[in-house]
Design a protein around this ligand. Structure first.
Ligand code: F6P
Length: 330
């Protein structure tokens, strides 16, 4: 774990970056309030790394984060910043941070955001602590990321509703959930939603097996089926899957793409709890002289993992849960 002298820290900057996730506001609130109670000045950076390049800085006080714990999205906005890949742009951002008097940062985001945060420490010795905020849950070193629980519940609510229609019309549905590179949302919402099969980017599937599963189900008297696919499933997306099923079985599948509705909405209690704990702890880590780390969860506890470790390693989906969904949907 990287160390620095925390006595030099008078002002911290906080930002959300990457795709927004429900619970980011609860994390911002926790960072701001903990830092102010510890006698620090807090600067909110709007729009993540873009805000650093464009000097979108504003002082925050206890009231700036009032009445936001229950709100989805991010009051500091979020977003990706491809310009940050360039070394010279990172230097501009650091100059801007320094001229604003920002000594250290709390970064709320996913792996792209952590890559940039890690570089700010490695190249410029700006102390940064990461708080994992992404609905995808695909960050190594933490059991949960902020937003995942809410997104799964949003997807599940949609699956339950579609199931009503599937049953009333004897239809087969493929529901596409988010997850470009990872299948955590698909596996969790698929198993909890009683899906017959789940398709994820990390796990090659055989369409014949799925078709067989559907046929056997029908032979046992099943009239409707739900399949859940992550958006990153290969080859192709939900529409290609539907086409393969039609070609291989003659059955028509109706596709429903849930898309960005999974990113919005009131954060669940679970997301607010972990966001509050992680955000507050991130400030305390900075004040203890620890940086270049992420605050994550392991079971009920908070853990600290080096950012380089989070970025190097891949978090694996429990593929046995796909098999369990197949068995339980009998
Ligand atoms: O990383 C979160 C996520 O919602 C992914 O699941 C999805 O693939 C991606 O963001 C969508 O990003 P954008 O909103 O930029 O299209």
């Amino acid at each position: 774990m990287a160390k620095y002298n925390p006595e030099n820290i008078k002002t911290i900057g906080v930002y959300a970056s990457g795709g927004d996730a429900p619970g980011m506001n609860a994390a911002i609130r926790a960072v701001v309030r903990t830092a102010i109670l510890r006698k620090l000045r807090v600067v909110g950076i709007t729009q993540g790394y873009t805000g650093m390049l464009e000097k979108q800085f504003a002082d925050m006080d206890l009231r700036s984060v009032a009445n936001i714990i229950q709100r989805g999205g991010s009051i500091l906005k979020a977003g990706r910043c491809p310009e940050f890949i360039k070394t010279e742009n990172r230097k501009i951002a650091v100059d801007n941070l320094r001229s604003e008097g920002i000594d250290a940062l709390v970064c709320i985001g996913g792996d792209g955001s952590f890559t940039a945060a890690n570089l700010l420490w490695q190249e410029h010795k700006i102390p940064v602590v990461g708080v994992p905020g992404t609905i995808d849950n695909d960050i190594f070193g933490t059991d949960h990321t902020i937003g995942f629980d809410t997104a799964v519940n949003t997807a599940l609510d949609a699956i339950d509703r579609i199931r009503d229609t599937a049953a009333s019309h004897d239809r087969l549905f493929i529901i596409e959930v988010m997850g470009r590179d990872s299948g955590f949302i698909a596996v969790a919402s698929g198993l909890a939603g009683g899906a017959e099969d789940i398709f994820i980017p990390e796990h090659p599937f055989q369409i014949d097996k799925t078709v067989d599963l559907i046929k056997r189900g029908m032979a046992r008297g099943k009239n409707s089926s739900i399949l859940v696919a992550a958006e990153g499933v290969k080859p192709g997306r939900a529409y290609d899957l539907a086409e393969s099923i039609r070609k291989n079985s003659g059955h028509l599948a109706t596709v429903c793409i849930l898309g960005h509705i999974q990113r919005g909405g009131r954060p669940s209690a679970f997301d607010r709890l972990i966001a509050s704990r992680m955000g507050s702890n991130a400030v305390d880590q900075l004040l203890s002289g620890n940086c270049d780390i992420m605050v994550g969860t392991k079971g009920d506890n908070l853990v600290h993992v080096e950012l380089s470790e989070c970025l190097k390693q891949k978090k694996h989906v429990n593929k046995d849960l796909i098999q369990l969904a197949q068995i339980l949907s009998n």
